[in-house]
Design a protein around this ligand. Structure first.
Ligand SMILES: Cc1cc2nc3c(=O)[nH]c(=O)nc-3n(C[C@H](O)[C@H](O)[C@H](O)COP(=O)(O)O)c2cc1C
Length: 365
């Protein structure tokens, strides 16, 4: 049987058109080393950490290609000032968070949480970008927003550029910014996501994109999803939830999250703004429920919500507050029920995709 392949494999030097997004070095390297394209989510890392971690991935993958993803939303404050943001947070919001701390008896965190180690600002974004551009990473992906200057500079340095988008209207803007490839990310996806379902979204984006390759994200969990993505005109897939239960990622997951993800079905995820201020899909827990209660305030905008809840989110994991421990995850979580090595996940995806594509061929006569 012929093997899974699309033209971007040759263009990018990968074996399979499967991109894998993860927030840790080992998983990213394992995705690339298994024939896919690993992408490191670096948006919550300090610029010096980004330099070191990209160098570490390079050491692990050798000449094989990998990428890095930054979230660069427009309209963030100019400087990294927690005090200035804290001063603007309404008392009612602070009181609600304090009441959560008391109800669940959460001790203080010993250090700032992932969302408060630094505050998103134009200043820190520029420094992160510098670390990426000065590295030898092969691809630069923009999670939210694709600043044209950054794209132009990355391209001039020989990096492939890519933007994640959730609406057909974003295609023109991405093209104007000069990106090489698009990720059409549908509603099913884990973490920050938009309102349009993957199946409704992808063909529209493919049509608008012309000769720009499109990857499908949001709900891709099996080789059948990969075959369906190619049938919709995409050049490959971009997966996030799939790797959360990889063996390589477990050092970065609270064990309670591992169990919650194993048990979760597609209806067990919710979209909430309580995590970051933007719509964010995660496994439903007491955390998301508390913010849905009638007495809960509307979450604040990014980065105010980050500052409001960031330390508490860190404390919840540090002190094992079981009911509130939660993870971003997409509806595809239903397909992942055990911890497996990345290479095994990849092997299954490829074998299933090849079977599904062969079956599609057999429907032609
Ligand atoms: C826990 C988690 C965190 C994520 N963080 C980011 C991020 O920082 N930047 C980004 O561009 N995408 C992020 N994503 C989205 C992924 O890049 C990807 O588009 C998405 O997971 C695809 O849908 P799936 O979850 O159904 O596989 C995240 C996804 C998950 C599950």
């Amino acid at each position: 049987m012929a093997g899974l392949w699309t033209p971007i494999c040759d263009r990018l030097g990968i074996t399979y058109p499967i991109f894998g997004f993860a927030h840790d070095v080992s998983t990213v390297a394992a995705i690339t080393n298994s024939g896919g394209f690993g992408v490191y989510g670096a948006t919550r890392r300090f610029p010096d950490e980004i330099r070191e971690e990209l160098a570490e991935i390079r050491r692990l993958v050798g000449k094989r290609p990998f990428g890095v993803d930054l979230v660069l939303p427009p309209g963030m404050p100019e400087h990294n000032s927690r005090e200035a943001i804290e001063a603007e947070i309404p008392e009612a919001h602070k009181a609600f968070v304090q009441q959560l701390i008391e109800k669940y008896q959460v001790p203080p965190a010993s250090e700032p949480g992932m969302r408060t180690r630094f505050i998103r600002s134009a200043e820190i974004e520029a420094a992160q970008l510098r670390a990426v551009l000065e590295s030898d990473v092969n691809m630069f992906a923009c999670g939210i927003g694709a600043p044209p200057d950054a794209i132009a500079e990355a391209k001039a340095l020989g990096k492939i550029t890519l933007a994640l988008i959730g609406s057909p209207h974003h295609v023109a803007r991405s093209r104007a910014a000069g990106v090489d490839m698009l990720v059409a990310q549908g509603y099913d996806a884990g973490a920050h996501t938009g309102p349009i379902g993957t199946f409704s979204l992808v063909p529209q984006i493919v049509d608008e994109a012309g000769d720009m390759p499109v990857l499908v994200a949001g709900g891709v969990a099996t080789g059948r999803h990969i075959a369906a993505s190619l049938a919709m005109g995409a050049a490959g897939v971009w997966m996030g939830t799939a790797w959360l239960l990889s063996e390589e990622h477990q050092g970065h997951m609270h064990p309670v999250n591992t169990e919650k993800l194993k048990a979760a079905g597609s209806a067990d995820t919710v979209i909430t703004r309580s995590e970051s201020g933007k719509t964010f899909r995660q496994v439903r827990t007491a955390w998301s429920q508390e913010w849905e209660n009638d007495d809960a305030p509307e979450p604040l905008k990014m980065p105010y919500q980050d500052v409001l809840v960031g330390d508490l989110l860190g404390a919840i994991e540090e002190h094992d507050i079981e009911p509130l421990i939660h993870s971003g995850a997409g509806q595809s979580v239903a397909y992942f029920n055990e911890v497996r090595p990345v290479a095994g996940i990849m092997k299954t995806l490829v074998a299933e995709a090849e079977t599904a594509l062969a079956r599609q061929q057999s429907y032609l006569r």
